[in-house]
Design a binder for this molecule. Structure first.
Ligand code: ADP
Length: 346
């Protein structure tokens, strides 16, 4: 049995279904991210896990016990909110001690846990500050420390970095990953930010329109997504419709490639921009319509008949100008996408 088992959870708001049966297993110590666009049901699922919203169907099991029938305070779950949700009239130390007092943890143990959480969240020295005397990043660290002191069976994160500026978000993302390695708490992290999900997670659960689309490690989902939605949501890609003739298909730039599965007829494939090689070629099949120099790489938009293909070239010492003819080359095997199974599950 997994540490956390979300079994066939559904949620209806009147006649509209926000969650179709959603099942997710999380192993002990694992860091799992739920990733999906706004409105896909992430917050609804988190609220049900916390016990502040009731599911319409299904069960939740944590540490071998059914918890969806228990009140929020009896679930052994702590949450880090996007809005920090610190008590404004309490010092940092009192914010951290509040939940421990409620749980009637002895004074010595409280002090020990608070000082440990302050240290690992880089907050030592700020113990007596009030929340208004802290920066956004420090407030979010306090919110994190306040969750950690509870030593919960499950830590939930609701887009905790989205109120911070880009640089601070990067720093805290890194700190959170290191912290997770150190304390090993079973964690669910909710975000719509694919870069955050890729950088932090052991596994990612991709959600769309109230359903789990696909689950995998960041590398699996990026390199061999099974669904077009995953391919398009994790990084940039070219979603192409091509005709398969068994083991091969023709790419729009008239290159034959091997497929990872046999198929006959129209299929959809994903080809990442960074996996396509581009060369200036007067007899090439494509024409560059736009070039953006990004520093580490150059992004090209190439027109081939009616098809537009994005290509990313890194380490080039000169750019190919818009209007030039180019030839494209994709080395390797193409993964077939299979959206049919999502429609079958609907
Ligand atoms: P996310 O967190 O991924 O942005 P939500 O869980 O907030 O998505 O919302 C999922 C769906 O449920 C959306 O279509 C949203 O409009 C709907 N929804 C959320 N809360 C309510 C509510 N209290 N009443 C009716 N519909 C709701």
């Amino acid at each position: 049995m997994s540490e956390l088992e979300i079994r066939n959870i559904t949620k209806d708001y009147g006649v509209s279904r926000a969650l179709h049966p959603v099942s997710i297993n999380v192993e002990r110590g694992e860091f799992v991210t739920i990733l999906g666009p706004s409105g896909c049901g992430k917050s609804t699922l988190l609220r049900i896990l916390m016990g502040i919203s009731e599911q319409s169907g299904g069960e939740i099991w944590l540490g071998g016990k059914r918890i969806d029938t228990a009140p929020p305070e009896a679930r052994d779950i702590a949450m880090v909110f996007q809005s920090y949700a610190l008590f404004p009239h309490m010092s940092v130390a009192k914010n951290l001690g509040f939940g421990l007092r409620m749980k009637k943890i002895a004074k010595d143990e409280r002090a020990r846990r608070i000082s440990h959480a302050l240290e690992i969240c880089n907050l030592s020295g700020l113990t007596d500050r009030m929340p208004r005397q802290l920066s956004g990043g420090q407030q979010q660290r306090v919110a994190l420390a306040r969750a950690i002191v509870m030593q919960p069976s499950l830590l939930l994160f609701d887009e905790p970095l989205s109120n911070l500026d880009a640089k601070l978000r990067d720093t805290l993302r890194h700190e959170l990953t290191q912290l997770h390695r150190r304390i090993g708490a079973t964690s669910i992290y909710v975000t719509h930010d694919q870069a955050e999900a890729m950088a932090m997670s052991d596994r990612i659960v991709v959600m769309n329109a109230g359903r789990v689309v696909e689950v995998g490690t960041p590398l699996e989902l990026y390199r061999a997504p099974k669904h077009a939605f995953t391919a398009g949501f994790l990084g940039q890609t070219n979603l192409l419709h091509v005709d398969a003739d068994g083991t091969q298909a023709q790419l729009p730039w008239h290159q034959s490639v091997n497929l990872d599965k046999t198929a006959i007829g129209p299929v959809q494939i994903s080809v990442r921009p960074e996996n396509i090689a581009i060369t200036a070629d007067e007899n090439g099949t494509g024409t560059v319509s736009a070039v953006s120099f990004m520093g580490a790489n150059a992004l090209y938009t190439v027109e081939i008949g009616q098809t537009q293909v994005r290509v990313s070239q890194s380490g080039a010492d000169h750019l190919i100008d818009a209007g030039r003819s180019v030839s494209l080359q994709f080395p390797g095997v193409v993964h077939l996408l299979n959206d049919a199974s999502i429609r079958e599950a609907a």
